[in-house]
Design a protein around this ligand. Structure first.
Ligand code: GRF
Length: 202
C-alpha cells in the first residue's frame, strides 16, 4: 500500500514509520511526505530516505478552504492508499476530511477522549493524572474526535515535567503508529459508519 505522511515538524513518527516500512514483511511503503513548513526537520528525514517530498505553505493562501483544496490536489498527485498525519499542525476543513474519509489516520498525545487539542502533557500533569498516553485514531470532522484504534499508556511520576512526559509518550508513539499503519495497509483495519473495524485474528 502507498503511504503518504503529512508533517509540520520533527517527524520522529515519520521516521518510525519509514524504519518499519523498510522491513521486508511490512505491507506498505512511504511514497511521499508533505509539510506545511519549509523548515520541518521531517523533510530532511524524507530526503535521507530518498522519499519524494513537497512543501505547501499555508501562508500563501487566503483561507483555510483554499489551502485545503490545494493540499487535496497535491495529495492526489501522490495517489496514496493511506494518509498519515504525523504532527501535522493544521485544523482540517470538513471538505478535506470528507474527501479522504476512511483513509486518514492521526496520532494524538493523550488518552482520548481526554485532552483533545494542545498542551496535552501539561494538562495531564496539572490534573494530577497518574496515567497518560497516546491514541491513534481515524480522522473525522470532529477535531481529535474520530474513532480510536489503539492507545498506549505511560505512568505520570510526581516529579514529571511536560518535557519528560512527552519523551515517555513519544517512545510509545513510535511503537504503536507503525503498527496501526501496517494493519491498515494489510486490509485488517477500516473505518465503517464512523467506527474503527479491526480484524484481530493473528
Ligand atoms: C507527536 O507528539 C504527535 O502525537 C503529535 O505531534 C507530535 C509529532 O511529533 N500529533 P513528531 O513530529 O512525529 O516527532
Amino acid at each position: 500500500a502507498r503511504i503518504l505522511v503529512l508533517i509540520s515538524g520533527s517527524g520522529s513518527n515519520l521516521q518510525a514509520i519509514i524504519d518499519a516500512s523498510q522491513e521486508s514483511q511490512y505491507p506498505g511503503d512511504v511514497i511521499g511526505v508533505i509539510s506545511n513548513k519549509a523548515d520541518a526537520y521531517g523533510l530532511v528525514r524524507a530526503e535521507n530516505a530518498a522519499i519524494p517530498h513537497s512543501v505547501l505553505s499555508h501562508k500563501s493562501f487566503a483561507s483555510r478552504e483554499e489551502y485545503d483544496n490545494a493540499l487535496i490536489e497535491m495529495i492526489n498527485g501522490y495517489q496514496p492508499d493511506l494518509i498519515v498525519l504525523a504532527g501535522f499542525m493544521r485544523i482540517l476543513t470538513e471538505n478535506f476530511v470528507n474527501t479522504f474519509s476512511g483513509k486518514l489516520l492521526n496520532i494524538h498525545p493523550s488518552l482520548l477522549p481526554k485532552y483533545q487539542g494542545l498542551n496535552t502533557h501539561q494538562r495531564a500533569i496539572d490534573a494530577g493524572d497518574d496515567t497518560h498516553g497516546v491514541s491513534v485514531h481515524f480522522v473525522t470532522e470532529e477535531l481529535d474526535g474520530g474513532p480510536v484504534i489503539l492507545q498506549a499508556k505511560v505512568p505520570v511520576f510526581p516529579e514529571d515535567t511536560a518535557e519528560l512526559l512527552a519523551q515517555r509518550v513519544h517512545e510509545q508513539e513510535h511503537r504503536i503508529y507503525p503498527l496501526v499503519v501496517s494493519w491498515f495497509c494489510s486490509g485488517r483495519l477500516k473505518m465503517e459508519n464512523d467506527k474503527a473495524w479491526l480484524d484481530n485474528t493473528v
